[in-house]
Design a protein around this ligand. Structure first.
Ligand SMILES: [Mn+2]
Length: 262
């Protein structure tokens, strides 16, 4: 079996009982490990992950999770971590800590006779995205894309890594908390297949003859399983802090969605 999960946002200042959440996530991984060949985590497993040039003792809070991943890797399970838009600032440390393979970008894999496009999902748009949205929404998307560039700028990343972890973390976690509270106050449900960026992106890929059987994304914190005309399926995973949803690919190539209820 191959498992897919995303968006735990561990360490979030907006999630109460963070320790219990981490414990539940570990239990879920334990459950998966019974028959897992690989486990893919499609981004934002941490609400804020930054690797500074000096030791950051706040990372200790993630030790149970990281140790679990190390244990599973030692068992021979392939653990894959995609960076999201909250935890892209890993420069080798997370790999060392967990033994997981880190993916900084989307990728296409073939398993059990199916092709799968995997990505966190932030910043993915169809080529002609401008034509789908009114100018107010276009501006919002452009603002997000600008910030995305800023966050990925190597020079600015270097500067941030020079900060004392206490300062950097205060900035990072409070920014992330703000966005989480904004989402809670103003949830953004599924926009429908003519507006949802990730669905439009997948449709555009199909149009370009880049056919895949499954497109699997995180990022949106909504659960979606949509079949396109080409037969491709677009799956958005939900999250692992509130909805506890994940996907499973069995050896026949069937992809199914599940909710974790311990
Ligand atoms: Mn995200």
């Amino acid at each position: 079996m191959i498992y897919f999960l995303s968006d735990a946002h561990l360490g979030s200042w907006a999630i109460e009982r963070g320790y219990a959440q981490q414990k539940k996530l570990i239990d879920l991984l334990e459950e998966m490990s019974k028959d897992a060949v690989s486990i893919y985590m499609l981004g934002d497993m941490f609400d804020f992950w930054m690797e500074y040039f000096v030791h950051d003792k706040s990372k200790r809070q993630y030790h149970p999770f990281c140790q679990e991943l190390r244990k599973l890797t030692k068992k021979g399970i392939h653990i894959h971590i995609f960076t999201g838009n909250h935890d892209l600032w890993t420069f080798g440390g997370l790999q060392q800590l967990t033994g997981a393979e880190i993916h900084y970008d989307s990728c296409t894999i073939s398993r059990y006779g199916k092709t799968l496009f995997l990505a966190h999902g932030d910043g993915l748009l169809p080529r002609d995205w401008m034509t789908y949205y009114p100018s107010r929404v276009r501006k919002k998307i452009q603002h997000f894309m600008f910030l995305r560039e800023v966050f990925r700028n190597p020079f600015l990343q270097f500067c941030f890594r020079c900060l004392p972890p206490r300062w950097g973390n205060r900035l990072g976690y409070s920014w992330a908390k703000k966005s989480r509270l904004k989402e809670l106050a103003n949830p953004c449900p599924y926009k429908g297949e003519h507006k949802e960026e990730l669905v439009l992106f997948a449709k555009d890929q199909e149009k370009q003859n880049n056919h895949r059987d499954y497109y699997i994304f995180g990022h949106r914190h909504i659960e979606l399983d949509l079949q396109l005309e080409t037969g491709a399926r677009v799956v958005i995973l939900g999250d692992t802090f509130k909805q506890w949803t994940y996907a499973k690919l069995d050896h026949k190539g069937q992809l199914t969605m599940h909710t974790y209820e311990p």
